[in-house]
Design a protein. Structure first.
Lengths: 335, 543
């Protein structure tokens, strides 16, 4: 008698042996979808559990039990929660997030514009912070435990220790108020000239860069140092390779996976974590849209924003995982 | 004839950072000198800390970690490479002097193909075009006996076995036609049957290419097969230096004599083995991933005697110990201890059963809590099994410390302050504290230097005599089996291929695999490797 489960295990094992990459990618995709669905349940349930009520907030002083009930009936709030959830989910998978309760306009339309603004900001923050972080990380490794390394470390620690709204206000005080070289508030609108738009996003971009830079820089430094101490780097040195060549050819390919991981995590933060920064700078992105919606209990908007943030987060993490997997020769070239 | 490599009064130091103290400068090598002619092989032998790897790397003007060369000369063709600038040293490394590390698995870059790494230095130094280098790599793969030599270079390091990697690393060193190769324990991490192939491949390649070599190892029997001269080192000093024949057959220094005579048998005569303490019957076991590691294994350990379980890595010998302890419940078969069937799961066993079977591990380091003192480590089982506390417990711990020949002074020490051999002794005392009837020893000496290991084996044998304790001794080292085992179990790929009294298993007629295993163990005599290879050739021609 053999182990009854051995056959099942063995079949999965064989598939993993022959096509490890395909199996892993399919697994990751499946997991991401599952996770997104779980998040949608959480968001819906969480918002349902929030105290306060749209009708109450909307009507304010003039609320009577009858008018509140009327509004609730108009919005369909008198139906069971599961019915409303699946109705909402059905719309979402078709790209329809419903209509805003406050304005009555379709949420999808609004969000597209707002998301565009947020991504615009995140893109510039990323374009500056990622190369800067990786570059500073390499400089720190090169001058390891010497003054440049220490300075980079202390400054980045300081930046990471301050809350982003505080950094934001500091920048506003110095550059907008005292020196008067920067634009505040950072409100952008359609048809705004390119140069004005860039001037408007300068300060929020700088704030975001400072927030994410330290994390990525320190991770890059750690990843490269860990690779540098491995035996194959000694082999490279004993082959007579120069230090620079050894780093580019032998260290870099092995340091990619951890660096990409932390970069992706921070990119996700750039999109998701902008809520506070957008509010500080009065920037019309997703973050501010969501905060406004929460104050008036405009649930379809809050739900849509929450779900999109979650999707961005999951997507970027999945991409990071996949890059790390693809960068691993053990998975690319099975035995 | 002029010397290719001439080392004059080489002195090497390092800075160490003991915890809680100021950094200290220590000397690792105190004035070592030797000469090596073209095409010759010098064996550097010694235990860990002897400075042999450090000397080998000095031939590439390299110091690992905080190691510095503090004095002396390393003359390559009459030029001192220690006085060269960075560029000069770089032009020698990988071109005229190459290095083969102990762990080829860690020394190859996992991100690049083997072939590209093998030819890298030849191209980097402008010695060959890519095509020429590839051709030479193919040739080297062939003479090193690698499978499918023309496509071998397209593989990644993780796609080939440990023995193949070690040969690929030798090919990498040979590729640029160097004048000297430093081999740093190239076969130590390999199984014996693999070791002999790699050894033969290295010897063959050295002969065919005419390169000189420094061969570093702790195994005198291995180096005797490959060297022209041998230098015995201890704590950074030369103990003895001479032709291989003189060192092996007529050693002058006591230390060398001890190395040559290590592991003589410690047993008097065969004993009656009918009284079984532990019986393992028809055990089959698999790990969670569904891979079956043990197939229908049956054996027994006689009371007061030693059963050696021998096999190569992956043969399932440690898994057998996990089944006996209950850490891995088998899906078939049973374990009987003094006529009582043991529960398959450790959690369901009585405290008395747990007490009577104890374990000693290969890595004493990782098997002890580094934040507990020796007294706490040994005292724990006394408290757990016998409820001993306070002064009584301390007295018992000191008694045990005396028994393992360490003494009271070690009571308050931490594991980090002990040597490898002392740690293993503490592990033995901890096992003894439970007053076990059976101790499972999982390669307890394989991480130790030969003479230290010898001391541990002596201790185990003395304890067996005094306390009638049985051992199930897991090892890959046939010499240990010869020295201590009453009965022997030979395992291969999870199956028991041979089991019986030592005199039957280790004497003809042999099981095929036992025969191969026995013949692969290097013997301390000249020409052993040639003899084995010649016999093999004849056998394969006969078949």
């Amino acid at each position: 008698m053999a182990n009854p489960l051995a056959g099942v295990y063995a079949a999965r094992h064989r598939l993993k042996e022959s096509h490890p990459l395909t199996v892993l990618i399919v697994e990751r995709l499946g997991l991401s979808l599952l996770l997104l669905w779980a998040v949608s349940v959480l968001i819906f349930a969480g918002i349902e559990a929030l105290p306060g009520d749209f009708a109450q907030t909307y009507l304010g002083q003039s609320a009577t039990p009858q008018s509140i009930a009327n509004i609730r009936a108009d919005l369909g709030l008198d139906r069971p929660i599961t019915t409303r959830y699946f109705e909402w989910l059905g719309g979402v998978v078709q790209g329809d997030f419903g209509n805003s309760w406050a304005s009555g306009a379709p949420v999808t339309e609004q969000i597209t514009k707002r998301l565009g603004n947020s991504l615009f900001l995140a893109f510039f923050a990323a374009a500056i912070s990622v190369p800067l972080a990786v570059g500073l990380g390499m400089v720190a490794v090169h001058y390891r435990n010497r003054i440049p390394d220490r300075v980079i470390n202390i400054l980045s620690l300081a930046a990471i220790s301050l809350p982003e709204f505080f950094i934001g206000y500091l920048l506003i005080v110095f550059f907008a108020v005292q020196l008067g070289v920067a634009t505040f508030p950072s409100t952008v609108y359609d048809g705004m000239p390119w140069s004005e738009r860039m001037a408007a996003i300068a300060l929020p971009t700088a704030t975001l860069v400072m927030v994410v830079l330290a994390h990525m820089m320190r991770m890059t430094r750690a990843a490269i140092i860990s690779v540098m101490s491995s035996a194959y780097m000694e082999t490279a040195e004993l082959k007579g390779l120069g230090a620079f060549k050894a780093i580019v050819k032998h260290a870099a390919p092995n340091a990619i996976a951890p660096i990409v991981n932390v970069v992706a995590l921070n990119l996700a933060y750039l999109v998701v974590g902008v809520v506070v920064v957008e509010v500080v700078f009065v920037y019309p992105g997703m973050g501010q849209y969501m905060v406004d919606a929460v104050t008036v209990r405009d649930m379809p908007v809050v739900q849509a924003c929450g779900l999109i943030f979650a999707a961005v987060y999951i997507l970027l993490n999945m991409v990071a995982d996949l890059v790390a997997i693809i960068a691993n020769p053990r998975l690319r070239h099975p035995r | 004839m002029s010397d290719l490599l001439s080392v004059r009064d080489l002195r090497i130091g390092a800075t160490i950072f003991p915890p809680g103290e100021d950094p200290q400068d220590i000397d690792i090598v105190h004035g070592v000198s030797f000469d090596l002619q073209k095409g010759k092989v010098l064996g550097l032998i010694g235990e860990s800390g002897a400075g042999k790897s450090t000397i080998g790397l000095a031939a590439l003007a390299y110091g690992r970690g905080g190691v510095r060369i503090t004095g002396g000369q390393v003359l390559l063709d009459g030029k001192d490479i220690l006085s060269m600038n960075k560029k000069g040293i770089r032009s020698i490394r990988g071109a005229r002097v190459c290095y083969v590390a102990q762990s080829a698995a860690a020394s190859f870059n996992p991100a690049h193909k083997l072939g590209d790494q093998v030819i890298e230095s030849s191209i980097e130094h402008g010695l060959m075009t890519r095509e020429e280098a590839r051709k030479r790599a193919d040739y080297l793969f062939e003479i090193l006996g690698l499978p499918d030599p023309h496509n071998f270079g397209d593989r990644y390091p993780h796609q080939v076995s440990g023995g193949q990697l070690q040969r690929a690393m030798t090919a990498m060193a040979l590729c640029s036609n160097p004048e000297l190769i430093v081999f740093d324990e190239p076969t130590t991490a390999l199984d014996v049957t693999t070791q002999i192939d790699v050894l033969a491949a290295i010897k063959n390649a050295i002969e065919k290419t005419g390169t000189a070599a420094l061969y570093i190892t702790h195994d005198l029997a291995v180096v005797a097969q490959i060297s022209d001269d041998i230098m015995v080192l201890r704590n950074g000093d030369t103990i003895e230096y001479g032709p291989v024949k003189q060192i092996i057959e007529n050693p002058r220094q006591d230390y060398t004599k001890a190395l040559v005579n290590v592991r003589q048998t410690k047993l008097a005569e065969a004993r009656d083995q009918s009284d079984a303490l532990l019986k393992v019957e028809n055990i089959s076991a698999a790990y969670g991933n569904g891979v079956q590691v043990l197939h229908d294994v049956s054996l027994h350990v006689p009371r007061g005697q030693t059963l050696a379980v021998v096999g190569e890595s992956g043969s399932g010998k440690s898994t057998l110990a996990r089944v006996i302890t209950g850490l891995l419940p088998p899906f078939e078969g049973k374990v009987t201890f003094v006529d009582e069937e043991l529960s398959a799961e450790q959690k369901k066993r009585s405290r008395d059963h747990l007490r009577r079977i104890q374990l000693i591990y290969q890595m004493a380091d990782t098997a002890m809590n580094p934040r507990q003192t020796v007294g706490q480590i040994i005292g724990r089982p006394l408290q757990f099994y016998f409820g001993m506390r306070g002064a009584a417990r301390k007295a018992k711990v000191i008694e045990l410390l005396d028994e393992i020949e360490m003494g009271e002074t070690f009571y308050d020490r931490y594991p980090a302050e002990l040597s490898g051999g002392q740690k293993q002794r503490v592990a033995i005392a901890r096992a003894l504290a439970a007053k076990p009837e059976l101790i499972l020893c999982d390669e307890p000496t394989s991480a130790l230097d030969p003479l230290v290991a010898e001391g541990i084996l002596d201790l185990l044998m003395r304890l067996q005599k005094e306390r009638q304790v049985s051992y199930l001794f897991i090892t890959h080292d046939i010499a240990i089996v010869r020295a201590i085992a009453d009965s022997v179990a030979v395992m291969l790929q999870g199956k028991l291929v041979d089991f019986g009294p030592r005199s039957e298993v280790l004497n003809p007629p042999f099981d095929d695999y036992t025969d191969l295993l026995l013949k692969s163990v290097p013997e301390m005599k000249l020409g052993w490797l040639e003899n084995v290879l010649a016999t093999r050739k004849m056998e394969s021609a006969g078949h």
